[in-house]
Design a protein around this ligand. Structure first.
Ligand code: HEM
Length: 259
């Protein structure tokens, strides 16, 4: 584990060193530069960096990288698996992308309002795979009354996000991959139902990267559909491999230009 963390941190340390060389406090370019600015303010006010150390910066960057990379790439791998299993859904997404996006450019977030079917597919892949099943554990800071019980102060609490995603009471045929469940009779997304899919959790500590993640999965998924048709000579497994997230087991995919 320590070796893997060191592997992630090595390029981040190089990136921070590069930033340090070209840092201009009047023109911060990104998160790293803003962190340097915070370090400088703290030194000016209190004479030291306090908790704004370079090591802390590397840890913050690793957190963003791990939390942001593993999750979004896992979504994309599941989306590929479900497109392989559901070629008719894939064809519909491709038709919608072709219609909504001028072929010479990549799809953009602004296109999403014209692409309800693709949005429904993204919602359904997220729902049925519930690849972040438990969220992140939290700890009660005081006794919490809950439905007639008391959760004592200091209890570790794991939110079971996936429970809602597969509840027949909410979805009916919850085990079935059916993106149309998110569309009304005019083919528009039923927002109240889409809002039931909250893979980012809720509350003050909900996922920091939610807006970015939503943009990423939409842009990458629709760009893949715009440029490729996915199939496989073998049958991918729908059973997840248990890791930090529920990821698909390795599978083979044949990638061809769309007809
Ligand atoms: C589809 C993609 C993603 C999913 C499903 C997801 C899901 C989650 C969940 C369930 C949590 C726990 C929330 C809680 O504790 O209540 C979380 C936390 C977090 N996520 Fe994401 N995430 C995704 C993408 C990202 C991205 C792209 C970033 C940043 C680049 C990111 C950064 C974080 C951070 C920093 C936290 C901790 C927030 C805190 O404790 O205050 N995530 N995410």
């Amino acid at each position: 584990m320590n070796g893997r963390i060191a592997n992630i941190q090595k390029p981040l340390r190089e990136l921070v060193a590069e930033h340090r060389k070209s840092f201009d406090p009047h023109n911060p370019r990104d998160y790293v530069d803003h962190y340097f600015c915070a370090q400088e303010s703290r030194i000016n006010e209190k004479g030291d960096v306090g908790t704004f150390t370079d090591d802390q910066l590397i840890r913050n960057l690793s957190d963003l990288y791990v939390a942001g990379f593993e999750t979004t790439t896992t979504f994309l791998r599941w989306a590929m698996v479900y497109m392989i299993f559901n070629p008719e859904v894939q064809t519909k997404v491709q038709a919608e992308v072709d219609w909504a996006v001028v072929s010479s450019r990549w799809s953009a977030v602004a296109d999403q309002s014209k692409m309800p079917h693709s949005t429904a597919v993204i919602n359904e892949v997220t729902r049925i795979t519930y690849f972040v099943p438990f969220g992140v554990p939290h700890c009660t800071t005081e006794d919490v009354p809950f439905k007639g019980y008391t959760i004592p102060k200091g209890t570790e609490v794991w939110p079971l996000l996936c429970q809602h995603f597969v509840s027949p009471a909410v979805w009916g045929d919850a085990d079935v991959f059916r993106p149309e469940r998110f569309l009304d009779e005019k083919g528009q997304v039923i927002q109240s139902l889409a809002d039931e899919v909250q893979p980012f959790s809720v509350g003050r500590r909900a996922c920091l990267g939610e807006p970015l993640a939503k943009m990423e999965v939409f842009i990458f998924f629709t760009a893949i559909m715009q440029h490729f048709t996915l199939s496989s000579r073998t049958t991918p497994s729908r059973e997840p491999a248990l890791a930090s997230v529920l990821a698909p087991k390795p599978f083979k995919v044949t990638v061809t230009p769309p007809c």
